[in-house]
Write a protein that binds this ligand. Structure first.
Ligand code: AMP
Length: 461
């Protein structure tokens, strides 16, 4: 189905064509018509699925009609967890909205607030923000939400991981009750669902791309190596394979700085991007990396969120992440939008637990390749057999609550009231334990996100 067929106006169709997109991605196919209808939405989708265009395009179309933003007002608010993601989304808004007369702006912390306050005086149709800076601006009366029509919460799972829950709640308190809400998250855990209850209203639920599916267009393998020899092996791999644009993931900020020094020492141009770097330094590093002025960008997981470099050929996991889902996010940086990519991990014996968690999540063993001269003295133990993921059981509808009178009647009719009560309680307990899902168990299907498989359901509850 084409972009025209899902109801986009010519100005937007033109903009996406100029980006080289010939058809909507599965999430766009599902999300765009629903958002255009004014529905609330809960989308289970990670970066790499085209979700940004999935919400940006219909928002632009909705806002193209209606009154312009008044002074200090925003008509749509997009909340993102990191500066990089906010900047990325802001760029998408500009790109897709270039044939429309709408204004947009990105605000995040770590840079001066005054210029942001000045610009907000004219009002803005679409405001992309990180939560902390948005609250600062609101406290300074620089932004008002009287005219707010649409709220987007992007990467809600990451927002919770980063401890933004209180900021989000504070933002919600100052928004008008009547608005359209869109919420995106890689996974819909219990805590995300609890948050969703306070945000979305009778939402359409869309799910694409189980997190392990991003791995499909990415060739993955690992090199077993001793910890202290990882940097030398990385240098060897870069030089031998003539890799030219490599995103290297490390677990810590300190590790990132140290690796950059070592690489620079080997005359490989590298820069680090992590939370302790100023916004200016991060933006510069990313721009130089994108322009091929530096060969290696060394990043921590949080800093790398939202990085979108078209067809990044090579991702290296210098350390394995502690959270298995981060591995999928990491390798999702390569092989994007259907293109082929490569992800290699340097794994030392002490990382066997992380490796097993990842292999369990992606439901396959990662091929091990030994490099001559780098065979480890401490062998990486064999991984455990992979257990199949359990399919999610549909929830049984809850029994309606009994009134006090009904309870009294029931126990009066029962010959062994106390015994029965105890039995019921035990069964309930057993049920709740069983129904607890393991993280990732939802992701048992193996759909390719660009192949068109997705599902939509209307949440009646
Ligand atoms: P996102 O999931 O929003 O981070 O988007 C991932 C990448 O897919 C970005 O580089 C987009 O430019 C690209 N993209 C988004 N929509 C499409 C589409 N319909 N066809 C091809 N590429 C797309």
């Amino acid at each position: 189905m084409s972009f025209e067929a899902i109801g986009l106006i010519p100005e937007l169709v033109e903009a996406v064509k100029q980006q080289g997109y010939d058809k909507p991605s599965p999430i766009q196919l599902k999300a765009i018509p629903e958002v255009l209808k004014g529905k609330d939405l809960m989308g289970a989708a990670q970066t790499g699925t085209g979700k940004t265009a999935g919400f940006t395009l219909p928002i632009l179309q909705l806002l193209a009609k209606g009154e312009k933003a008044r002074s200090n007002c925003a008509r749509a608010l997009i909340l993102a967890p990191t500066r990089e993601l906010a900047a990325q989304v802001g760029k998408s808004v500009e790109t897709y909205g270039k044939h429309l007369k709408l204004s947009s702006m990105v605000v995040f912390g770590g840079v001066k607030i005054n210029p942001q306050m000045m610009r907000l005086r004219n009002g803005v149709d679409i405001l992309v923000a990180t939560p902390g800076r948005l609250l600062d601006l609101h406290q300074n009366n620089a932004v008002k939400f009287d005219q707010l029509e649409i709220l987007v919460l992007d990467e809600a799972d990451r927002m919770l991981d980063m401890g933004f829950i209180h900021d989000i709640k504070r933002v919600l308190r100052v928004l008008p009750a009547k608005r359209q809400n869109l919420m995106f998250s890689a996974t819909f855990s219990d805590s995300i669902r609890a948050l969703a209850k306070t945000i979305v209203n009778d939402p359409v639920e869309i799910s694409v791309s189980p997190p392990n599916a991003a791995a499909k267009s990415v060739k993955q393998w690992l090199h077993p190596v001793d910890k202290k020899r990882k940097a030398s092996l990385l240098i060897e791999l870069i030089q031998e394979n003539k890799w030219h644009q490599i995103l290297v993931f490390v677990r810590t900020k300190h590790g990132a700085n140290k690796l950059v020094k070592t690489l620079n020492g080997a005359r490989i141009k590298a820069l680090a991007i992590h939370g302790n770097k100023s916004q200016g330094a991060r933006t510069k590093a990313l721009a130089e990396f994108k322009a091929n002025k530096i060969q290696v960008l060394v990043a921590t997981d949080i800093a790398a969120r939202g990085i979108d470099i078209h067809q990044l050929p090579q991702v290296v996991n210098f350390d394995l992440p502690n959270v298995a889902e981060d591995y999928v996010h990491r390798i999702g940086r390569t092989g994007r939008a259907g293109s082929e990519g490569q992800a290699v991990s340097l794994v030392s014996a002490d990382e066997i637990k992380q490796l097993q968690d990842i292999e369990q999540l992606i439901q396959k063993h990662i091929t091990r390749e030994y490099i001559g001269g780098f065979e480890p003295n401490h062998e990486v133990p064999q991984s455990k057999t992979i257990k199949p993921l359990k399919a999610k059981k549909p929830k049984k509808p809850k029994k309606p609550k009994q009134t006090k009178q009904q309870v009294a009647n029931d126990s009066a009719n029962s010959k062994q009231p106390n015994k029965n009560k105890e039995k019921n309680r035990t069964i309930k307990k057993g049920k709740s334990v069983k129904s607890k899902r393991k993280p990732g168990s939802r992701q048992s299907t193996e759909n390719n996100i660009w192949s068109g498989s997705s599902k939509t359901k209307t949440n009646k509850g």
